[in-house]
Design a protein around this ligand. Structure first.
Ligand SMILES: Cc1cc2nc3c(=O)[nH]c(=O)nc-3n(C[C@H](O)[C@H](O)[C@H](O)COP(=O)(O)OP(=O)(O)OC[C@H]3O[C@@H](n4cnc5c(N)ncnc54)[C@H](O)[C@@H]3O)c2cc1C
Length: 398
């Protein structure tokens, strides 16, 4: 298929797809609701087959140059005494701390830099209406611009409005996993050097890690709430409320909340859909198949999905229906296995009792010293490598 493709969303999936499409000669427009590329977010990981996709995208060096280089992490008590630690090298680069670990905002910037010369980016705008006919999709933007495209890709995240416009309401597809997560930049007041600290109390957890200054991260158990995902004040109130009375460095970190340049809070959820495309509209990344941040694979699925979708669109030439069904066929099992892993991680995250916290610390302590501990990584490696990547050709001129 040749032609003009509109991608909605300029975080990870959107610019990654733009890159793979540009390599194959497509004309690409990306529309992003935010007025500029959004900074922020915790470190995201590339594991298993995702590293191969990054290599085939030709971005390996640029992404590695922007990596966090986290050396390890420790579980601490309320007095910052280290109770158990893991090193990045403990599990050969695919463990808790992956070999390629990069701040979400930095990865987004690398992908944007790689594509901005040849892609039309429309920041501060969004799609208001989509009307499909026999040869394309007529799109009306909120700014009033009207344009036609051959295909529209919703890469607009967990709260995708392309999904709700074309596939039905949020509640039909989003499954809450019982937690909320929050992240923001803080001063590195503990002088951490490439290290992360985590502290838990029943049902809630907090941490700080030294990337750029330092990044605070929090998780707490909660049923799904009726929370506007764009109302930052309400989200900050919620975080303060749920972490009230928590020990360790939490009061200091909460005092920095109002100065945070990049506060991010969201529910921990999965998107599950029977089909990721309808006519000439297709979903990618979290919009289609968010596995939840607790899977550690949201970015991986977005990058692998971008590679497969672009490859199939190029291979099918003008038959978009064949391309979209091949994208779905190749990705479906990989997505489901990663989502299953995400649900398993969510069950264990933020242990609900002091005994469960104590048990988790003992496991972390013991595992590091086990002979043959890399065998423990086998199930994870099977999941993160669980797709056969076709070798989609890239024309020599790109
Ligand atoms: C600011 C931010 C911080 C994040 N922090 C973390 C983190 O710390 N840990 C983690 O695991 N995951 C985080 N994520 C999610 C993570 O990026 C994704 O799970 C994963 O990388 C897949 O990315 P995605 O591009 O599919 O979706 P997302 O990264 O969610 O990106 C969706 C993009 O679409 C844009 N958008 C939304 N609606 C519209 C619309 N109507 N029109 C146009 N554009 C729209 C959004 O502004 C965003 O840029 C964060 C996402 C964002 C946006």
């Amino acid at each position: 298929m040749s032609g003009r493709i509109l991608i909605v969303g300029a975080s990870i999936a959107g610019p990654a797809l733009a890159h793979c499409l540009l390599q194959r000669g497509f004309e690409v427009t990306v529309v992003e609701r935010a007025p500029a590329l959004r900074p922020g977010g915790q470190a995201v990981d590339a594991r298993g087959v995702t590293n191969e996709v990054i290599r085939r995208m030709g971005l390996d060096q640029r992404i590695r140059a922007a990596c966090t280089e986290t050396a390890g992490a420790s579980y601490v008590d309320r007095n910052s005494r280290r109770l158990a630690s893991v090193l990045a090298t403990d599990f050969g680069g695919d463990g808790y701390i992956a070999e390629i670990e990069i701040l979400r905002g930095d990865l987004s910037r690398v992908l944007h830099d790689a594509t901005k010369g040849a892609t039309e980016y429309l920041f501060g705008d969004r799609v208001e209406a989509l009307t499909e006919d026999a040869d394309g999709v007529a799109v009306r933007f909120a700014s009033g611009i009207e344009r036609r495209f051959d295909l529209v890709v919703g890469a607009d995240g967990l709260h995708s409005s392309v999904r709700s416009m074309v596939f039905g309401p949020h509640a039909d597809h989003v499954r809450h996993l019982g937690h909320y997560l929050a992240f923001y930049t803080v001063p590195n007041h503990l002088g951490l050097d490439r290290w992360a600290l985590g502290y838990s109390e029943p049902g809630r957890t907090a941490g700080i890690r030294s990337i750029h200054d330092a990044m605070a991260f929090f998780g707490f158990r909660s049923a799904g709430l009726d929370l506007d995902h764009r109302d930052l004040d309400a989200q900050k109130r919620l975080l303060r409320e749920r972490l009230a009375g928590m020990g360790w460095e939490v009061p200091y970190l909460l005092e920095r909340l109002d100065d945070a340049p990049d506060f991010y809070l969201d529910q921990c959820a999965q998107v599950r859909m029977d089909s990721w495309s309808r006519g000439r509209v297709v979903l990618l990344g979290d919009a289609a198949f968010c596995p939840s941040p607790l899977s550690g694979q949201g970015t991986g699925l977005a990058l692998v999905g971008a590679y497969v979708l672009a490859g199939e669109l190029a291979a099918a030439r003008n038959d978009h229906a064949a391309a979209l069904s091949a994208y779905e066929r190749r990705m479906r099992e990989f997505v489901e296995r990663n989502q299953k892993m995400g649900r398993a991680h969510a069950e264990r995250y933020c242990p609900e009792s002091r005994v469960a916290i104590w048990a988790e610390i003992q496991v972390i302590r013991a595992v590091r010293h086990l002979p043959g501990k890399s065998l423990l990584m086998r199930p994870l490696l099977t999941v993160v490598n669980g797709i056969e990547l076709p070798d989609y050709p890239v024309p020599a001129a790109s």
